[in-house]
Design a protein around this ligand. Structure first.
Ligand SMILES: NC(=O)c1ccc[n+]([C@@H]2O[C@H](COP(=O)([O-])OP(=O)(O)OC[C@H]3O[C@@H](n4cnc5c(N)ncnc54)[C@H](O)[C@@H]3O)[C@@H](O)[C@H]2O)c1
Length: 334
C-alpha cells in the first residue's frame, strides 16, 4: 500500500483533511497515512512549526497532502509553506481555476491554469531590518536563469497538452528591468522551442485588469512567485472563491498538495468549512500518483453535489455542515 505524509495543519485544516481522507477511503483509494505535526499547533506545543519528524516523513514518502498552516503576520516564524517548498525544491506551483456549475461567480466556463515559480523572487522572504531602530527594511529579490527556464519550460509543456495551446507570461519588466527582465528574456527564448504554442507577454497590472474583464482570452499563465501568489487568488475569485481552488507544489521526485486557501480562523472548529478545495487537491495528488480514475470519480461526485446546490456549505450559499457535505459526496461516488 502507498504511504503518504498527511499534515492536517491549523484552523480548519484538521476538519477538511479529515473529510478528504473519508472521501478517498470511500472511493477505495488504498493509502497509509503518516500523520505529522506542523504549523502553529505544533509551534505552540513544541516551539517548532516544522519538526524533523515531518521533514523525515516527507523525505521517505515523497508525497505530502497538507492542510493550511498559520503564518504569523509581521513577525514570528518563517512560513512553513515557503520552507517546505524551498527545502524540497518544489519549484512548480500549479493552480487550476475551473468553473464548477452551481458555484456562484461572475463568469461561466473558466478553465485557467496558473503556473507559479515557487522557490525564488522576493517571496523567498530573504529580508532584514537595517539601520538603527528598524528604520529600514530590505529584501533580496533574486531571480535566476535556471529557475526561470525550468518553470517556463514546464508551463509550455502543460500548454501543449491543452486544447487552446496558449501561454501568457506575466512580468513587470518595464520597472524591474533586471529581475522581471530576466524572467521575460528567458520566456522569449524558451518560446522559440515551442512554435505550436501561442505565446504572449503581459505586464502584471494590465494582466489583473484583463483577467477580471475577459478571463476567457487566457489559458495557461506562467509567472514569478509573488505575482503568482496574487494572481492565483484572483483566478480563484473568478470561479467563485477560495473554497473550491486546489493547488500542487511539484519538484523532482517530491510533491505537496494543498488547498489555495488559508486556515480560515473565523470559522475554525465550527464544522462549517468547505472541504472542496482540499478534496480537489487530493484529486491532483491521485493524478500525480497514477490513480487518475479515482481522481476523476471523486471530482465528478464533488461537482454533482455542488451543481445540485442542496448539500453545500455556507460559503456556497448552502446550509450543510462539513460532515453533511462530505457524506453527500461519498453517497454520490459512482
Ligand atoms: N497554504 C496555506 O497554508 C495558506 C494559504 C493562505 C493563507 N494561509 C494562512 O491562513 C491564515 C488566515 O489567512 P486569511 O484569513 O488571509 O485567508 P483564508 O483563506 O484563511 O480566509 C479568507 C476567507 O475565506 C474563507 N474561507 C477560506 N477557506 C474556506 C473554506 N474551505 N471554507 C469556507 N470558507 C473558507 C474564510 O472563512 C475567510 O473568510 C493566515 O495565517 C495565513 O498566513 C495559509
Amino acid at each position: 500500500m502507498k504511504r503518504v505524509t498527511l499534515l492536517p495543519g491549523d484552523g480548519i485544516g484538521p476538519e477538511i483533511t479529515d473529510a478528504t481522507i473519508k472521501v478517498l477511503e470511500a472511493a477505495g483509494v488504498k493509502i497509509t497515512w503518516d500523520i505529522v505535526p506542523g504549523g502553529m499547533t505544533s509551534f505552540k506545543k513544541t516551539g517548532n512549526p516544522l519538526p524533523d519528524e515531518t521533514i523525515e516523513s516527507f523525505k521517505k514518502n515523497k508525497v505530502l497532502l497538507k492542510g493550511p498552516l498559520t503564518t504569523p503576520v509581521g513577525g514570528g516564524y518563517k512560513s512553513v509553506n515557503v520552507s517546505l517548498r524551498q527545502r524540497f525544491d518544489l519549484f512548480v506551483n500549479v493552480r487550476p481555476a475551473i468553473s464548477i456549475p452551481g458555484v456562484k461567480s461572475n463568469f461561466k466556463d473558466i478553465d485557467l491554469l496558473v503556473i507559479r515559480e515557487n522557490t525564488e523572487d522576493i517571496y523567498s522572504a530573504d529580508e532584514r531590518y537595517t539601520g538603527p531602530d528598524r528604520s529600514t527594511a530590505e529584501a533580496t529579490f533574486k531571480v535566476t536563469r535556471a529557475a526561470s527556464e525550468r518553470i517556463v519550460r514546464y508551463a509550455f509543456e502543460e500548454a501543449g497538452r491543452r486544447k487552446k495551446k496558449k501561454l501568457t507570461l506575466v512580468h513587470k519588466a518595464n520597472i524591474l528591468k533586471c529581475t522581471s527582465g530576466l524572467f521575460l528574456e528567458v520566456g522569449a527564448k524558451v518560446a522559440r522551442e515551442f512554435p505550436k504554442i501561442k505565446y504572449e507577454e503581459k505586464i502584471v497590472d494590465n494582466m489583473c485588469m484583463q483577467l477580471v474583464i475577459n478571463p476567457h482570452q487566457f489559458d495557461v499563465i506562467v509567472t514569478t512567485n509573488l505575482f503568482g501568489d496574487i494572481l492565483s487568488d484572483l483566478t480563484a475569485g473568478l470561479v467563485g472563491g477560495l473554497g473550491v481552488a486546489p493547488g500542487a507544489n511539484i519538484g523532482k521526485g517530491y510533491a505537496m498538495f494543498e488547498a489555495v486557501h488559508g486556515t480560515a480562523p473565523d470559522i475554525a472548529g465550527k464544522g462549517v468549512a468547505n472541504p472542496t478545495a482540499q478534496i480537489l487537491a487530493a484529486c491532483m495528488m491521485l493524478d500525480y500518483m497514477g490513480e487518475t480514475k479515482n481522481g476523476e470519480r471523486i471530482r465528478s461526485a464533488v461537482k454533482s453535489i455542488i451543481s445540485k446546490g442542496k448539500s453545500v456549505t455556507k460559503d456556497l450559499s448552502g446550509r450543510a455542515t462539513t460532515t453533511q457535505f462530505t457524506k453527500a459526496v461519498i453517497d454520490a461516488l459512482e
